[in-house]
Each structure stands twice: as C-alpha cells, then as structure tokens.
Design a protein around this ligand. Structure first.
Ligand code: UD1
Length: 426
C-alpha cells in the first residue's frame, strides 16, 4: 500500500490541467453497451475506477482499445469500447463491490440484451446508499425485477416500453440508468424530478450523438423518445468539476493563485460562490477558471444539495478550508448520512469541529500540525491532503487507493504548482 507524504507551507501558483470527469466517464462507458458499434470516448482520465469499470465491461464482452490522446502525461486518453457481442449479462460481486457505480450497467444491459443480473453493491463508507430508485424506475419501463442471493435480476425479453418515471427525490445514478434504458425502449419516456448535474447533460449529448432522442437533459423533466438501435459515436468527456473545485480550495487555503485549465465555471457555480464567500478572488478566463487568495480566508456556511446546489462531493474539501478560516463555519450535509468521517482525522491535525446531527460547526483560525491520517473515502482523502498542504511539518495520508479512484496524477499536478508532496510505500 502507498501513502502520500505532504510537507505543508508552500503557496501554490501556476496552472493545473483539469482531467476528464470521473463521474461523467463512468456512465458514458456504460452507454457503449447500448450499441453494437464502437463508442470512442476522448479524454478519459487514468483512474482506478475507470480500470474497474473497464474490467467489468470486458467481462460482459466489450472489447476496449486505447486510441491515444493528446499525449501529455497529465492528460487523459481516448478509449474505444466495442460492444458488438455481449456474451455475458452477469455483473459479478467481485467487481461490483469495488465500485458502486457498476450498477450503471443494469439499465443499458437489460435494454440491449433483454436481461441483466447485477450484484447488489452493498453498503459503503458514506452511508447505506440503496438502489431502490434505479429498480423502481426500470419497473416503470416494463422490466421484471427480482432480488435473489445478493443479485438483482432485471428482465425484459420483449424489450422495454416507454413510461412515466417520477423520482421521489433526486438521484444522479438512477437518472443515468433510466436515461440509457429509455433510449432503446419502445415509445416515449418522461423522467420527472431528474437529476440536473452537468454529467447528465454530458451523457445525454453522447447518447444523442449515438442516435438517441433525448430532450431537456439538465432540466427537471427529461423526455426520451425511444429508438430501435443506437450507432457508434465519438464523444469528449466533460472536465471534472470536482477535481477543479478541489484545486480551487488548494489555491485559497495555501494563499496561492491557480488557473484551473479547462474548468467550466457554469458547472461549478455553487463551489465558486462559496469560495468567494470565503474571500477567494474568482475570475473566468478564456482557458479556464482562476482562483486567487487575497491573503485571508473568512468563515462561511454551506448546505450540500443536488445540482445546482453545493455538491456533496466538495464538502470534505471545504471542511478543510473552514479549519483555517478566520471565524466559524457551519457545514450541513443533506445528501448522504455518515459523510463526516474526515472530521475526526482533521481533528488529529488540530482542527476544532463539533458535529450535531447532519451539521458540523468548524471553529477556524486553527494552526494545523502534520500527523499521520487515515483516508476513509475518496473526497474525505482530498480534504485531508488539502489540510496537509497548510499543516506545519509532515502529514501522511494513508490508504492512497481512495485518492487514486478519483484524482488523476494528484501528486504530479500538485508538485507542478509548488507543493511538497511524495508518494511513498506505506
Ligand atoms: C453520484 C456520484 C457521487 C455523488 C452523488 C451525489 C457518480 C459515479 N457518483 O452518486 O460522487 O456524491 O452522485 O451527487 O456519479 N438513493 C436512494 N436510492 C437510490 C439511489 C439513491 O435512496 O436508488 C439516495 C442515496 O443514498 C443518496 C441520494 O439518494 O442519499 C443521492 O444519491 P445519488 O444521487 O443516487 O448518488 P450516486 O448516483 O450513487
């Protein structure tokens, strides 16, 4: 196992190239299952989650070829996914347990092959995370769903039929699953209370490029007119708004100045607004978003919400920022239960945080001191790494595999803008 060793104190200055978005890439890769022609995805980040899903797609019969890319070490690659022959419809536990997003093969598989048997993803560090919304929505499209021995079996031997799906609350993954399934259903599907995350619009753009007829993705109500078949296409993965937001926090925390190259302000407005509340100077430039410190960080309040609200995937990073702010901050987590596991680790670095229910009060202006810390999930790990960038002395972030799931070439990108970071055997 490897760990990250960070010696805090350096202000970060320069340009950080933003990778393709992990959370867009995963559903896009699953979309390849919908067609017997190849789908080329440009700018796929090199991440452990991408490898895990590639393994799963391989297992189902998809052939994957690397088509090159821009060539830089810090930029993604172009991969082609060819699902001409689907020779297995079972997504086994051994792969699914590594990554919950594997559930995204369910909709495309049942739509294309008439059957899908997918292991239940099980619990995870940031809460219970059920998949009931995915299953109910597929039932609305005529799939027969059975749950047996830890597996979900969805079948629709005669094909799916369009229907009206109204989600009781917003789910990104369930919206994506149903969007893909409905693309090949007979007739029209109306999805109400759909997630509006930019990754949904990115998926719909790719599906439409493959011949789907999707209207209003990115809005609360999406209309999908089913088609008989989808064809091949080439699609560039959108920039990662969570990676960009994480580096933006690094700029402000270290009293630095970073250009987030390729980041799109519209995708991360709530993050940028909260950075401005905390005293950051944000500017939108031709080639990305710049975030600069004015020398001070002020306390701020935030509540996580579905898009366009403040992203839950940015909560841990802003908690780290709050630790060094002048004044108190209140951070409320309204999407996932149990997403405060970074609190006790931040306290080990000297933070002063009290959690009451789903809210954390962070008393700022803390002098953080390096210590060994344990990463618990992907974004929590980034919160700890950010704290390490300003803590005095060395911070060791153990369980680096969490960060490798979602941050492409983290230590290289940080080092290039002045951080003192190393990856060492743990
Ligand atoms: C996606 C993101 C994840 C992000 C989350 C919320 C990917 C690969 N992952 O996860 O990084 O943190 O959106 O922005 O894109 N829920 C149910 N039943 C369901 C589905 C969800 O109760 O069937 C609940 C969840 O437990 C959670 C809430 O709904 O409390 C939102 O989850 P959801 O939007 O589905 O998250 P994911 O798609 O899993």
């Amino acid at each position: 196992m490897e760990k990250l060793v960070i010696t805090g104190g350096n202000a970060l200055h320069g340009t950080v190239p933003i990778s393709g978005a992990k959370n867009a890439a995963l559903p896009l890769m699953c979309a390849s299952l919908l067609s017997d022609e190849p789908l080329t995805l440009e700018n796929l980040p090199r991440l452990a989650d991408i490898t895990t899903l590639t393994d799963l797609l391989n297992h189902l019969g998809v052939t994957v070829t690397i088509e090159g890319g821009k060539g830089g070490r810090m930029t993604g690659r172009n991969l082609t996914f060819d699902a001409k022959n689907i020779n297995d419809t079972v997504a086994p536990y051994d792969i699914v347990r590594k990554m919950r997003a594997s559930i995204l093969v369910l909709g495309p598989l049942v739509a294309r092959a008439g059957e899908a048997i997918v292991s239940l993803p099980g619990g995870c560090a940031i809460g219970n995370r059920p998949i009931d919304l995915h299953l109910k929505a597929l039932e609305k499209l005529g799939a027969k769903i059975d749950v047996e021995q830890g597996y979900v079996r969805a079948s629709a031997p005669e094909g799916l039929k369009g229907g009206r799906v109204r989600f009781p609350f917003v789910s990104v993954g369930a919206t994506e699953n149903i969007l893909m399934a409905a693309s090949l259903a007979k007739g029209t599907t109306i999805i109400e209370n759909a997630a509006r995350e930019p990754e949904i619009a990115d998926l719909a753009a790719c599906l439409n490029a493959m011949g789907a007829r999707i209207k209003d993705a990115g809005h609360e109500t999406i209309t999908v007119e089913g088609v008989d078949r989808l064809h091949g296409a080439t699609h560039a993965v959108m920039p990662d708004r969570i990676e960009a937001g994480s580096y933006a926090v690094a700029a402000l925390m270290t009293r630095g100045d970073l250009l987030l190259e390729g980041a799109r302000a519209d995708d991360m407005q709530a993050t940028l607004d909260t950075l401005a509340d905390a005293g950051g100077i944000v500017s939108v430039e031709e080639d990305g978003v710049r975030i600069k410190s004015n020398g001070h960080v002020k306390g701020f309040n935030l509540v996580t919400q579905p898009f366009p609200g403040f992203a839950t995937d940015m909560q841990a990073q802003f908690m780290a920022l709050a630790c060094v702010a002048e004044g108190a901050s209140v951070i409320t987590e309204a999407i996932f239960e149990n997403r405060f596991m970074h609190v006790s680790e931040l306290c080990r670095l000297g933070a002063d945080i009290t959690v009451t229910g789903s809210s954390a009060t962070v008393r700022g202006a803390r002098f953080l001191k390096g210590a060994p810390v344990m990463a618990t999930d992907l974004r929590a790990s980034m919160g700890l790494a950010l704290a390490g960038l300003v803590a005095e002395g060395e911070t060791h972030v153990n369980r680096l595999y969490h960060l490798d799931r979602g941050y492409e070439r983290l230590e290289e990108k940080l080092r290039a803008v002045g951080a003192n970071v190393d990856r060492v055997p743990g």
